[in-house]
Design a protein around this ligand. Structure first.
Ligand code: PLP
Length: 412
């Protein structure tokens, strides 16, 4: 690496100085990462916590292998979806007994959107956003009787679409493509003033910044276990329902795990008291074990420090990419920024592939976005500087133009 390029941006020495005063540096060793990789994709799949393999081994060899079916009671399997919900609750600003860990974000979206629609009889419209992560749009499409309106289509803003028929508004707290952060308190208040319920998708904010669902008065929320939370590939998602809705809310995937007394084996469904009514079927215990292990790390984390470091990392990267003359689509105002920087480039896919070939892992999002996620627990300012330097070289040398970087893989 050249010691002080890019020319007009901050230097590697600046990065080292910032790392020297980073209160989170100790967390890096709690993750296992390959030596030759700079990982800027923890917003898509979080890294492996160092003690997760031991937790998985225990689940497989001891709880399953030796405990067999006894582990449902003796190893606490049965209570795990609620128990992990309570461990996760502080990360989303929720008092206990409003969060469960279960299913995927997509499935949980279906449950909370359906429940919210039923809580607003006489209203039939769901408002979401054209630029949303596609599964959020697809799941609202699957809510058969609901009318769907999209912010951003025909230039409409939220205010233009909120009306007497609006039952629910679904928004991402941080936009997966641009990294824009919404003002959760203000938007929730606006939606509720129009008589609708507010559902937040926290996939790109949980574990990246403090989230205050209770304080903002959110109605429902969902989020991912495998991104910033580091629960492992395909880790179960979570679902939040505010206490005030827990008596009346009914969700349509009324499986036996959400029943008040599953082992009564009654022919009729009766929802469990509390947030457990949002469960559906038998949970994937092996995957829950991965999330269980990752939540051990979060117990020791101060979210204000995570946010401060996240902004420091993204700001540092922005200064470097500004020096390279690259166009950013992520808001420059810190209050409107999540924990990623998205850059526009006409050959974005090939540039990202060329970076990956150098061990600098970011990702590509349609149509022309290079996306770099900054996970404060295991990414340093020096990593950021080295990644920007690799980007500079890939662009300067047109390394990305090599034919082998043009072919699309099935996961981008
Ligand atoms: C990652 C992500 C999802 C993923 O949904 P799955 O059901 O886990 O595949 C949903 N919504 C948003 C905004 C995401 O970023």
């Amino acid at each position: 690496m050249r010691p002080d390029s890019p020319v007009s941006g901050p230097t590697r020495a600046d990065a080292l100085a910032l790392d020297a005063v980073d209160p989170l540096t100790g967390f890096r060793e709690r993750f296992t990462l390959p030596k030759d990789v700079l990982y800027l994709d923890g917003n898509s799949l979080g890294a492996l916590p160092a003690h997760t393999p031991e937790r998985l081994r225990r689940m497989v060899e001891e709880e399953w292998g030796q405990g067999l079916i006894r582990s449902w009671n003796e190893a606490g399997w049965y209570d795990l979806p609620r128990g992990l919900g309570n461990r996760l609750a502080p990360l989303v600003g929720a008092a206990p007994d409003q969060v469960v860990v279960c299913d995927s974000t997509s499935v949980n979206l279906f449950k909370v959107l359906s429940a919210a629609l039923r809580l607003r009889p006489g209203r039939g419209t769901v408002v979401s956003e054209l630029g949303s992560f596609p599964t959020d749009l697809y799941m609202t499409e699957g809510l058969a009787p609901a009318r769907r309106l999209l912010i951003g289509r025909d230039g409409d803003a939220l205010e233009d679409l909120l009306g007497e028929d609006t039952a629910v508004v679904l928004l991402s707290h941080v936009d997966y493509r641009t990294g824009r952060l919404q003002d959760m308190a203000a938007v929730t208040a606006r939606v509720q003033a129009a008589g609708a319920l507010m559902v937040w998708d926290l996939c790109h904010s949980v574990g990246a910044l403090p989230v205050e669902l209770d304080a903002c008065g959110a109605d429902f929320a969902v989020g991912c276990g495998y991104k910033y939370l580091n629960g492992g590939p395909g880790a179960p998602a979570f679902l939040y329902a505010a206490t005030r809705h827990l008596t009346d809310a009914r969700q349509p995937l009324s499986g036996w795990f959400g029943h008040a007394a599953p082992f009564a084996m009654s022919p009729d469904y009766r929802p469990a008291d509390g947030v457990g009514r949002f469960l559906t079927g038998t949970p994937p215990l092996l995957s829950l074990a991965g999330l269980d292990a990752s939540l051990d790390v979060w117990e020791d984390v101060d979210l204000a420090s995570v946010r401060a470091k996240s902004l420091s990392l993204t700001s540092f990267f922005l200064r470097l990419t500004d020096a390279l003359g690259l166009e950013t689509v992520t808001p420059r105002a810190e209050a409107e920024r999540g924990s990623q920087i998205s850059l526009r480039h006409e050959s974005a896919y090939a540039v990202v592939q060329a970076l990956i070939a150098r061990g600098v892992i970011g990702d590509f999002r349609e149509p022309d976005i290079m996306r770099f996620g900054f996970t404060p627990l295991y990414v340093s300012h020096t990593d950021v500087w080295d990644a920007a330097e690799a980007l500079r070289q890939v662009l300067d040398t047109r390394e990305w133009a090599d034919a082998r970087f043009a072919a699309r893989a099935s996961v981008t």
